[in-house]
Design a protein around this ligand. Sequence first.
Ligand code: U2F
Length: 453
Amino acid sequence: SVCPTDDRHVAVLAFPYGTHTAPLVNLVRRAAAEAPQVTFSFFSTKRSNASVFATLNAETLDNIKPYDVEDGLPDNYVPSGNPQDPVEYFVKAMPANYRTAMDEAVSQTGRHITCLVSDAFLWFCADMADEMHAKWVPLWTAGPHTLLAHIAAHEIREKLGPHGVREDREVDFLAGFSGIKASSLPEGLTTEPEDPFSYMLDKMGDALPRATAVAINSFTEVHIPIVQHLQTRLHLVLNIGPFILTMPQSVTPDDEGCLPWLNKQKEGSVVYISFGSVIIPPQDELVALAEALEEGKYPFIWAFRGNPEKELPQGFLERTKTQGKVVGWAPQMQILRHQAVGVCMTHGGWNSLLDCIVGGVPLISRPFFGDQTLNTATIEHVWEIGVGIENGVFTKESTLKVLESIMSTEKGKMMLQKIVELKDSAIAAAGPEGESTKNYCTFSDIITASSYE
Ligand code: U2F
């Protein structure tokens, strides 16, 4: 049969909340630059596209074109302050909102869609791919252990039974989960899903085994038994990360001079604090954390969401002017790679965890929702590269205790050693002969293959 070289049209479906779009964009930047003949249509909300393409336009990648997807917000929508609200509206508008935009892309380009690359959350791509006779390669933007938990959701509910969480049973029936307690699982997993978000994750767990391949922003050594087990449940598992080493990155400018300030600090002495892009911890915990930093005299950089003047103790900013820096959005990756940083206080988000691994910085984790509790348990009990905060909340005493333990005990040194080992395997995986590099080639071959192949 005739095989035209330019029939390839990859539809990229982003999930425009939290740190979901950025990794997908970075992946597609690389794929599109390496395959200039292939058309990439990028589907996200108007707002997300505007910020993504502000960076991309500078690179003049002519073969990626944005299409706006309706965000599902009512016309008279007034933000309630709960960051989950817009997500729920969006999830309710799916998949019709994507479909409309995809029809437009097909008619504008005159090309049928040959492959769907989507955020793994977008379960309906399994049906779309069938209908279109296209491939589907979802990207899972969190850790392999959470992915397995969602794929095994039905078994987990059945085996734990209705009292599994209350009795805090061990999840010892699932490969790679020994030592993990039921209470560490993502909240929607242990009960039947009720809200749209948990429902979406359940559908995802059922749909992913139908995907051509599942790409993960991770590397195999992070959790070998889990990856091996995932391979028995999915057609093809492609660890192609950590993206900070394998994909082009947008650089956050160091407007507030964090890096020059770090140059003046002692090796391994600085505490870096950030709770990601969604969470703001309750004010009493922010206060406890500030008091602990001040009393322990730890040099610090705090990437603060919200208003520090209002939320931190009176006079804190003035008194700690030379001890530390409270900044807005920080160049986190560069900070964590600086030798002056000794520990990272985090919410346990997957991207921050990868930043810490690549930086070789042990963690103190205070999880809030979703995969963060499971990440924290894994940090503490599986990788032994950090600890969760006592009773799950910051108090001045528990924060001082945990800082002391990481910064100045043998246990802390062991954690550092273990995270440096993980860092070395991440670098090897992303190297020229590494597994993530090889898997990326497979990914690229799959998505850019002609529909006639
Ligand atoms: C959701 O995660 P978040 O966006 O809350 O948190 P992370 O996954 O840790 O990602 C934060 C990213 O933002 C960057 C940082 C990470 O790449 O380097 N950053 C920064 O550059 N400067 C700052 O001042 C602060 C952060 C969700 F909440 C998590 O539970 C999931 O694990 C995650 C991935 O699915 O998405």
